[in-house]
Design a protein around this ligand. Sequence first.
Ligand SMILES: Cc1cc2nc3c(=O)[nH]c(=O)nc-3n(C[C@H](O)[C@H](O)[C@H](O)COP(=O)(O)OP(=O)(O)OC[C@H]3O[C@@H](n4cnc5c(N)ncnc54)[C@H](O)[C@@H]3O)c2cc1C
Length: 382
Amino acid sequence: MHAQRVRSAEVIIIGAGLAGAATAFFLTQRGVRDVLLLEGEVVPGAHASGRNAAMVRQVVPDPEVAALARQGAAFIRQAAEAQHQPGLYRQTGSLLLASGPDWESLQLDAEVAEQAGTAAECLTPSETAGRVPILQGAEFDGAVWCPSDGVVDVAWLLAYYLEHAQRAGAQLLTDCPVTGFGVRSGRITSVITRDGPIHGEVAVNAGGAWAGEVGRLAGAAPVALTAYRRHLFVTGPLDWVAPTWPFVWDVTHQLYFRPESSGLLLCPCDEVPWPPELPPVDPAMAEFLAEKVTKHLPGLTSIPLLRSWAGLRTFAPDRRFVVGWDPVLAGFFWVAGLGGHGVTVSGALGALASNLILAGPKNSAGPFDPARLLATREHPDK
Ligand SMILES: Cc1cc2nc3c(=O)[nH]c(=O)nc-3n(C[C@H](O)[C@H](O)[C@H](O)COP(=O)(O)OP(=O)(O)OC[C@H]3O[C@@H](n4cnc5c(N)ncnc54)[C@H](O)[C@@H]3O)c2cc1C
């Protein structure tokens, strides 16, 4: 569909990754049908939402993020179950390994999960290796087993949000980059595309790694977002890998792996600031992964890697999501800075964002409100 044919919309969402798609889904579920999603790429999900590890992880250190992760995981489980199609959500569980002070903190995070009703059991190293035998010889003080974690079919999840939203009236325009905004008296009046302006009083910034740039184009508050490149690697088939293994994340040494297509997917948790673009693969990262594996997961030493890719994870300075009305520009709403949790939390964030959009500008997402990032700027007297 061409932008010329769409002249206005009640809510215009910029970006059709998981953030934008989930927001559109919940807006339409709550009765807002005149929703327009504008995606700059030819297909939705070309960036972080199509280049991630697809893991649903609920035990995380920040309690505010953990609450959304539990809610997001429950949404994914229920949506997948309702499809009656195996494989959309593989509830493999997860093993989070840690040592030293990290092990102390991880046990506290597990307690928080337990208190909120999400099973999270502490295991000794030998109990852990009993579940995933190649962990024998790895050095860690203990592990948290979270049985309801798992791996989601992300292409399905994104399509689920988009198709339901479209069925309920939302429109999606792809190959339609937003190049500017119309603003009058401090309010959004339109969103500019190369096919002309589209009138609307609510613009939702779900631009992922580009969200900072989209905010600047609009003249919104200067929310500092930084994108970081991260690599993923996959092996060919390995006959000793059980497809039922949980995902395993060594949080002390920052390294994870999980079964993928009869082999393994691995990540060295590299984190290099990167400009918003499709990031190239750095060949040195295979060496970085090999070094980490040899040191910390000796059971996986010398496994042949078949291919790799990189994607961008985007963070606010305090690493919390940015969800809510812009403190400067009326009608401009942020759903950004999803970092490394965007798959897991998408359902919860979409629900939160749509509630706030419907409740109007006086309402805040508390710990995720964009205004918090302005308050932390240095006082001029200092
Ligand atoms: C390597 C890697 C591994 C990860 N693993 C996991 C994991 O296991 N579990 C998990 O929960 N999360 C994971 N994540 C994080 C997750 O993928 C992201 O948090 C999530 O995909 C972000 O979604 P988004 O919609 O904000 O951004 P994106 O998916 O980047 O979507 C933003 C969209 O906005 C569009 N856009 C930007 N500017 C414009 C414009 N001007 N006009 C129109 N469109 C525009 C872009 O084209 C893009 O499609 C991982 C991320 C990476 C990179």
